[in-house]
Design a protein around this ligand. Structure first.
Ligand SMILES: C[S@@+](CC[C@H](N)C(=O)[O-])C[C@H]1O[C@@H](n2cnc3c(N)ncnc32)[C@H](O)[C@@H]1O
Length: 405
């Protein structure tokens, strides 16, 4: 399914750049605001919306703008924080205070600029930032920590602007952490004008915060396999779960997470990755080798895992385990999801297929079958777009209705 389908960049993270709050920080697996708007338009405001894998908060932000009550769940503490900060209401007085606070940070930083600074424990940090950029980031962070109350609307906006400087000053090509490094960052700045960059970013973030959501959604740092803890029922789910493609969100987000204090060492990074569905970075990979299924395995999943195991004598078993664990986790998610849905609730799951050693994993078909087994009806799979990577990879939408137990 999917031949002849185009890439449709309007559905991807690319369309969020420069689109107000949606453009604050980039996450490659994010979908676009436009995709959520298209779906949400078809429903009455009385529907209670859930996004169990909210990432950068695209669904709850649109739901908030459209006036829907929404709850969003995310296992990564930095993304949960970002989604929360992105979906709050910022009064005009806070925006003015944010600009004043930023100017005062810059002033105090220049007074402290020769003091020794503490760098975050990022592996090979010199590959990421030039020495002068590193020193500036560290001294700005130290000044921010001294002068800004932690739980404060202006501090949130200032931290978002700081995170934008972190990635803009990095040597990661295309400002994207998963790819290669250049010799220097692309901005042509001298040491003094880093301050100007920061002030410009604060201004831009504050300006885009001006459009306030009608309702503030509830954002929780929680596991989508334990949704029953929400104590709430929903009528509509719009979400995109992790794909079975070994992308590590921790890996992609580690510059922000270290600089903003959400990570302090590699061991915690590996643990967070292991807790997340689909994570296999660092220590999570060795734990996967020891893992074995605890729930009955779907026939197609067993066949695909077997083919992957045989396809590569060295790494086949690891990747077969990866696929088995991914679907076991998704099964746990679906069985927890149905406990928080009202009868008649509609679901929209955006998900990609994957392939290992040329063996295609039909993720969309397997998840569609799981939904049917768990009491969903009218389950349909449609092909949304061709992905930019391997030839056989597409993105799909699974829709359905929960009929009830
Ligand atoms: C494809 S991304 C979602 C992107 C989102 N739609 C957006 O626009 O930013 C999937 C998200 O699921 C999160 N995740 C992974 N395992 C999870 C779990 N067990 N519970 C909740 N969230 C999880 C990941 O951290 C990631 O942010």
């Amino acid at each position: 399914m999917g031949r002849g389908v185009s890439r449709r960049p309007e559905y991807t993270f690319l369309a969020n750049a420069g689109n107000g709050r949606h453009g604050w920080l980039r996450l490659t697996p994010a979908y676009s605001a436009h995709l959520v708007e298209e779906r949400l338009c078809a429903y009455e405001r009385t529907h209670r919306v859930l996004d169990p894998f909210c990432g950068t908060g695209t669904t709850p932000l649109i739901a908030g703008y459209f006036g829907f009550e929404a709850t969003a769940v995310e296992i990564n503490p930095f993304l949960a924080w970002l989604s929360r900060v992105k979906t709050l209401r910022y009064p005009e007085s806070v925006l003015t205070q944010t600009l004043n606070m930023a100017r005062s940070i810059v002033q105090r930083r220049s007074e402290l600029c020769t003091a020794p600074v503490e760098l975050p424990p990022i592996h090979s940090i010199e590959r990421w930032w030039d020495e002068d950029a590193l020193h500036w980031l560290a001294s700005l962070k130290a000044t921010m920590l001294q002068g800004c109350p932690d739980d404060d609307l202006s501090t949130y906006l200032i931290k978002v602007a700081f995170a934008r400087c972190v990635i803009q000053l990095s040597k990661a090509a295309y400002h994207h952490p998963s790819v290669s490094f250049r010799d220097t960052h692309q901005l042509n700045l001298n040491l003094m004008s880093y301050d100007a960059l920061f002030l410009q970013e604060v201004e831009w973030v504050a300006q885009s915060a001006r459009e306030n959501p009608v309702c503030e959604p509830r954002i929780l740092c929680q596991d989508a396999r334990e949704l029953e803890r929400l104590n709430e029922k929903f009528d509509l789910v719009i979400t995109s779960p992790p794909y079975a493609n070994r992308i590590s969100y921790i890996r992609e987000l580690r510059p922000y997470m270290y600089w903003l204090g959400f990570l302090s060492d590699g061991r915690t990074a590996g643990e967070l990755d292991w807790q997340a569905i689909g994570g296999t970075w660092g220590a999570a990979t060795s734990r996967l080798k020891q893992w074995s299924p605890q729930l009955p395995v779907d026939d197609t999943v067993a066949e695909v895992a077997d083919a992957i195991r045989k396809a590569h004598p060295k790494n086949g078993t690891l990747l077969a385990n990866y696929v088995l664990k991914y679907f076991e986790d998704m099964q746990r998610h679906i069985s927890s999801l149905k406990r928080v849905l009202n009868g008649g609730a509609r679901i929209h799951y955006i998900v990609g297929n994957s392939s290992f050693y040329g063996i295609v994993v039909p993720v969309e078909q397997i998840l569609a079958r799981m939904f049917r087994v768990h009491g969903f009806e009218f389950v349909r799979v449609s092909c949304l777009r061709k992905r930019n990577c391997k030839r056989e990879l597409y993105e799909y939408e699974i829709t359905g209705t929960y009929i009830g137990a």
